[in-house]
Ligand binder design. Structure first.
Ligand SMILES: NC(=O)c1ccc[n+]([C@@H]2O[C@H](COP(=O)([O-])OP(=O)(O)OC[C@H]3O[C@@H](n4cnc5c(N)ncnc54)[C@H](OP(=O)(O)O)[C@@H]3O)[C@@H](O)[C@H]2O)c1
Length: 238
């Protein structure tokens, strides 16, 4: 499916993977609508994306906000859901909110987003969810986050089955060079990137552009459904 003249909704389109996907799809002629919580961030992103893209404020942790968001958009041809915010911590921590955080901030927002979009999805709509390679190869000290990513991969397969002939796929990135890591202290980032390169087949950290490229491929390819792609530089296999 070409995205030209199609409505592509990106929740989490004001930064990182979502912003890169928005820029590229808009340049290819897609009618892009980005969602996110911070209105100033959305406005800055719109200037980068150009091509008459639109922005609507939405907090994807709220099912009600998601319903209003999709009602304001109308027909959706393609949906991409990188918008997430969560904390991670060790299994032994006596902190229920911390344990629930990845599911509250990443799994349920995507589940609810697809649910809220349902009345508006075109018959041949394509959806891409975002998990993370830490589901397949966990890092120490983030058990709930690993489980959340695996759950999102499972959700993708389940929705591909239940929503067919609409297509549903998942990207499961590893550590990416982008705003999320650029916002962390340089020493922390450099140590994490070095470690990631050391333990990945390709000896490199992937970029948010690499992950956006994988998402756009899945949105566009009419044979792809129920799959998970790992733009992870071979982290999972190493
Ligand atoms: N970057 C990595 O290294 C990496 C690795 C593996 C997996 N991932 C996954 O990839 C996804 C996106 O990562 P990224 O690097 O693109 O992050 P990012 O640069 O921090 O962008 C996150 C985007 O999501 C929006 N957002 C966050 N919480 C939201 C909410 N509750 N409702 C609506 N929008 C929300 C943010 O805008 P507002 O804050 O204004 O809402 C922003 O537009 C996440 O699921 C992350 O777990 C990333």
């Amino acid at each position: 499916m070409s995205l030209a003249a199609k409505t592509l909704v990106i929740i989490g389109g004001s930064s990182g993977i979502g912003l890169r996907a928005a820029r590229r799809a808009a340049a290819q002629g897609a009618r892009v609508v980005i969602g996110g919580r911070d209105p100033q961030r959305l406005q800055r992103a719109l200037q980068e994306i150009g091509h008459d893209a639109r922005a609507l404020q939405v907090d994807a942790t709220s099912a009600e906000a998601l319903r209003a968001f999709f009602a304001a958009i109308g027909t959706v041809d393609a949906l991409f859901t990188p918008g997430a915010s969560y904390r991670v911590g060790p299994f032994a921590a006596d902190d229920t909110a911390l344990a629930h955080s990845p599911f509250d901030g990443k799994f349920w927002p995507q589940y609810q987003a697809v649910h809220a979009a349902l009345p508006y999805l075109a018959a041949d709509a394509a959806i891409v969810l975002v998990a993370g390679a830490a589901g397949a190869r966990p890092v120490n000290g983030a058990a709930a986050y690993a489980a959340c990513n695996s759950a999102i991969e499972g959700l993708g397969r389940a929705l591909a089955t239940e929503l067919a002939p609409r297509r549903v796929n998942v990207i499961s990135p590893g550590t990416l060079d982008g705003e999320l890591w650029q916002g962390r202290p340089a020493a922390v980032r450099e140590a994490a990137f070095q470690h990631y390169a050391d333990v990945s087949l390709l000896r490199r950290v992937a970029s948010v552009e690499d992950a956006a490229d994988a998402a756009l491929f899945l949105l566009g390819n009419p044979a792809m459904t129920g799959s998970t792609l790992y733009p992870d530089s071979g982290y999972v296999l190493r």
